[in-house]
Design a protein around this ligand. Structure first.
Ligand code: FMN
Length: 210
């Protein structure tokens, strides 16, 4: 796979994850080793990866995820249906069913990888927040890219953060640890990923001013 294909077809894999094929811990560690080559704002913003492959823990985290996911999806689906033509309703329902299905099966994903860093930034100035999140997110994306080169798919999620404290309790996370993303990872079946449909580049690229 060349770099262009990797970059344009890695954004998310849900239904094609193979629940029955375990992912070796060492393989995930190799992805972490690649991911931490991403830029960080300084040593104090070193991202951490917490790999969860214990079935009982995954199930418990999955349940906490789904507790937030279901009402959230119901809400955004209702809003999407309200603003859409009748002809588009079936497609809207289908896509939201995928999100419900994902939450229901979160505990069966071969690995859940929580990415974050030490420190709390909610009430810090923007420069600190940007530096903190800017140090985590490239590494998390690099993890997904590295995983893809090994036949692993992943979906970026954040909805478990509605229950962040309970997830932190399950995993014994330090009190001042910021969780930024949870990647649901596993080997994928088939290999025909396509780039997503996006608006033309000119609609969000600005030259010499807005
Ligand atoms: C910051 C961020 C947070 C996200 N949180 C969630 C989430 O909690 N649950 C979820 O199902 N998808 C979430 N997504 C969306 C998926 O990762 C998304 O499905 C992925 O980008 C692939 O797009 P697609 O599903 O349209 O193919 C999030 C994406 C980003 C970038």
């Amino acid at each position: 796979m060349d770099a262009l294909e990797l970059l344009t077809t890695t954004k998310g894999v849900r239904r094609r994850i193979d629940f029955d094929r375990p992912v070796p811990y060492e393989t995930l560690e190799e992805c972490v080793a690649i991911a931490v080559q991403a830029p960080i704002g300084g040593e104090e913003w070193q991202p951490h990866f917490l790999i969860v492959d214990d079935p009982a823990l995954k199930e418990a985290i999955g349940a906490l995820y789904q507790e937030i996911n279901l009402p959230y999806i119901d809400d955004i689906e209702a809003k999407a249906l309200a603003g859409a033509d009748q002809a588009d309703h079936a497609a809207i329902r289908r896509s939201h069913d995928t999100f419900r299905w994902h939450g229901e099966h979160m505990g069966r994903m071969p690995a859940l990888v929580i990415v974050g860093l030490m420190g709390r930034y909610e009430s810090q100035p923007q420069i600190m927040q940007a530096s903190a999140y800017g140090s985590i997110l490239p590494a998390a994306w690099s993890f997904m890219l590295a995983a893809r080169t090994k036949g692993l798919g992943a979906t970026w999620t954040t909805l478990h953060l509605g229950n962040a404290d309970r997830v932190a309790g399950l995993l014994n996370l330090p009190e001042n640890f910021t969780q930024a993303a949870m990647l649901a990872v596993g080997y994928y079946k088939g290999d025909s990923f396509k780039p997503a449909k996006r608006l033309p580049v000119s609609s969000y690229t600005h030259r010499n001013g807005w």
